[in-house]
Design a protein around this ligand. Structure first.
Ligand code: F6R
Length: 258
């Protein structure tokens, strides 16, 4: 895992946006995996700015979102479909996007079809991930199988509380979600994980330096051959080897790009 510590969320998001821009330049028809939540907001803004400046063209790209709340229609303002329209698709045209349908009549069947659609698209080339405060990725809460596939999960109290500010009251946060599995995520050819702020510091350390364990689903990314973790100073605060990561990044030979 490559660990890059940037001064703040803006600088880290700029680096992530540059990785996506390069991916799209090298393969315009890339299959991109996308995340929601507060963490990727500056990243999506930057992608929009790059598109407006003519530096980035995603019009041939296909996207797959990680997750969606069960029971929220795409028209609900807190659905991830609404989030993606507002924060990305209104700013940037893509060829095709996919978001799990939280209103599907047969959820297990819908989850299997989502996996099949990823396979049919050729697999995910580059996956964006946000890290949950409890070490989740997608909505794979602690205890998730590290080989799991797209399926229904039940959110923990902590994740419900974390997401409650976006809803009128905590009681309105759906407890069930559809999420790509850890196994699905591990099959992406490359992953970029973002984590910002002190409240993510322990999850960052557990993910990158702790044991690989289902209790920290993001720790499975230690087994991924091409995973970049981009953090700000506050989120890097609990990393034991942060000075080494800093040195490695600052002294990277030109041929060894991110
Ligand atoms: C959402 C997702 C989640 C979030 C995580 C962090 O698509 O994948 O794993 O990235 O819950 O959420 P924020 O960014 O709101 O702290």
């Amino acid at each position: 895992m490559e660990i890059i510590i940037k001064r703040d969320a803006e600088e880290a998001s700029l680096e992530a946006a540059a990785i996506f821009r390069r991916q799209l330049r090298e393969k315009p028809e890339s299959v991109l995996g996308l995340a929601t939540g507060s963490t990727p907001l500056p990243f999506y803004r930057l992608l929009g700015e790059m598109a407006r400046a003519g530096e980035l063209d995603a019009s041939h790209a296909v996207t797959f979102n990680l997750d969606e709340y069960v029971g929220l229609p795409a028209s609900h303002p807190q659905s991830y479909a609404a989030y993606m329209r507002e924060h990305l698709f209104n700013r940037l045209a893509v060829a095709r996007w996919h978001i799990p349908d939280g209103m599907a009549a047969d959820l297990p069947r819908h989850c299997a079809a989502y996996e099949a659609a990823i396979r049919a698209a050729g697999g995910i080339d580059l996956q964006l991930l946000g890290l949950g405060g409890d070490g989740h990725i997608g909505f794979n809460e602690p205890g998730s199988s590290l080989g799991s596939r797209t399926r229904i999960k039940t959110l923990t109290e902590r994740t419900v509380a974390d997401n409650a500010p976006h809803f009128a009251s905590p009681a309105e946060v759906p407890r069930h979600v559809i999420t790509m599995g850890v196994g699905t995520i591990l099959e992406a050819r490359a992953c970029v994980v973002l984590a910002f702020g002190e409240r993510k510091a322990h999850a960052v350390a557990a993910m990158a330096e702790g044991p690989v364990t289902a209790l920290v689903p993001a720790s499975a990314l230690q087994m991924h051959p091409a995973c970049t973790l981009l953090v700000d100073e506050a989120a890097a605060g609990a990393l034991q080897r942060r000075e080494y990561y800093r040195w490695v990044y600052e002294n990277k030979p030109a041929w060894q790009r991110v």
